[in-house]
Design a protein around this ligand. Structure first.
Ligand code: SAH
Ligand code: SF4
Ligand code: F3S
Length: 429
């Protein structure tokens, strides 16, 4: 039997798909890259915005009648009934905490031509998911350290799709990091919706000390963590970063809005000023540090003045990169009951203004990198130009350059040209 996995959404889902892949490969099912060849199609879904959710429905619509279909992930968790109602073809709906039962789903349902669902949310961290599993990517290892979120930002569906925060025990995380280091991985990314609230109470380990212990593992070149919530910042983190050069000098630090009034409505527990203070403190202690961020535009009640505050925050922070989204009302959330009073054109215009500003900031920053030597981790071939490689810098910038190296190798590149979204250069020999 052959299976195909389609993954939508964030790194959490990518990581869960790798685990599903591991479970199925273990029973000698073959993974196929062509959806038409698959007997079983697994769709690992994302519910964060309406558009993301709609994607799975159109994907299902294109599948063959004879294929078995399993929907997993965040839409599976939050919209089980809707999925079954809209798509008679779907055979099983499995929630975010239950995919480790994929073998039973196949044996007890799919192979018996039965339909079913399982969307129970667990209260504890589940070690039924294999700790160490075969990964597609052989040089960047994602390690989930927690699941769920307790913040309940008023616009966000994640606490409803991933449940309450559950922390993975320190030992398991450390062992997995060590295993990855021994097996040739050079970059580790600690994953969670809200990583800085991670702790292991039994062992008395905080998030900062987890980082410091992982940084002590030999051979790991870059340690990253996503996503940090600006409301729980600790100075211990700065100290640990200063002491360990292998913690990447880049933090994804989503602020969502530059207006304290809107932040309050969003249920984010920090002000514009506090956020600026935190990033200034990082920059003064670690001058080479870079930040990236997420923004939502058009949150209900966002005035021109609020939006101007967002633009001015972007100018102040001078992010290396950012992601921005038009507000999308989500089921279960508090904000969904507030009147979404901003016309679609205004939202689009604001998004466009934000993009333009950030594009100019990136062009300016990239211009300043010409002639500089940057360390780049090779990620693969540049499909657009033969003989060229693609790589990423410590702050996640894309670099293209001619050369011949394997993914995962670190190379020094002198930058000679640039665009708003990437850099080009020549290898330093
Ligand atoms: N845990 C992370 C991000 C989770 S979702 C954090 O707290 O930052 C990723 C991003 O999607 C968010 O940062 C936010 O910018 C965006 N997002 C979440 N819900 C949204 C919604 N209802 N409409 C538009 N964007 C949303
Ligand atoms: Fe969603 Fe907020 Fe939790 Fe991030 S911190 S996952 S935006 S509720
Ligand atoms: Fe989407 Fe779920 Fe991630 S909603 S962004 S896949 S946690």
């Amino acid at each position: 039997m052959k299976f195909f996995i389609k993954t939508f959404g964030c790194q959490m889902n990518v990581n869960d798909s790798e685990k599903i892949n591991h479970i199925l490969s273990d029973r000698e099912m073959e993974r196929t890259k062509e959806v038409e060849d698959a007997d079983i199609v697994i769709i690992n879904s994302c519910a964060v915005r309406e558009k993301a959710q709609e994607k799975i429905f159109s994907f299902i619509g294109r599948l063959d009648q004879s294929q078995k279909i399993v929907v997993s992930g965040c839409v599976a968790q939050s919209e089980k009934d809707l999925i079954l109602k809209r798509n008679r073809k779907v055979d099983f709906v499995v929630g975010t905490h239950q995919f480790y039962g994929m073998n039973e789903i196949i044996d007890d349902f799919l192979l018996k031509n039965l339909k079913g669902t399982n969307t129970t949310l667990s209260k504890e961290w589940s070690e039924e998911v294999p700790d160490i599993y075969s990964r597609e990517n052989r040089f960047t290892g994602f390690i989930s350290i927690m699941e769920g979120c307790d913040n309940f930002c008023t616009y966000c569906i994640v606490p409803f799709t991933r449940g309450r925060e559950k922390y993975r025990p320190y030992r398991n995380i450390f062992d997995e990091a060590e295993y990855l280091a021994e097996n040739g991985f050079r970059e580790i990314v600690l994953l969670g919706q809200n990583v800085n609230s991670w702790k292991d109470q039994k062992e008395g380990v905080s998030f900062a000390s987890l980082l410091s212990r992982i940084a002590g593992i030999e051979k790991i070149k870059w340690i990253r963590f996503i996503t940090s919530y600006p409301g729980y910042y600790e100075s211990e983190l700065i100290d640990v970063m200063k002491q360990n050069r292998n913690i990447a000098r880049h933090i994804h630090f989503p602020v969502q809005s530059g207006s304290t009034r809107i932040l309050k409505k969003m249920g984010r527990n920090y002000t514009r000023e506090q956020y600026i203070q935190i990033i200034s403190k990082f920059k003064s202690e670690i001058p080479e540090i870079k930040f990236s961020s997420d923004f939502i535009v058009g949150f209900p009640g966002e005035s021109d003045r609020d939006f101007d505050l967002t633009l001015s925050l972007i100018e102040k922070a001078r992010y290396d990169s950012l992601f921005s989204f038009i507000y999308s009302p989500r089921k279960h959330t508090k904000a969904a009951s507030i009147d979404d009073n901003i016309p679609a054109e205004v939202k689009k215009k604001r998004l466009q203004l934000l993009h333009e500003l950030q594009k100019n900031i990136q062009l300016e920053a990239h211009g300043g990198l010409v002639g500089k030597e940057l360390e780049v981790m090779v990620t693969g071939n540049n499909m657009k130009r033969e003989g060229e490689l693609l790589g990423r810098t410590e702050s996640y910038k894309i670099v293209t350059f001619p050369g011949n190296h394997k993914p995962g190798e670190f190379v020094k590149v002198t930058i000679d040209s640039f665009g708003p979204h990437s850099l080009r250069g020549l290898e330093v020999i």
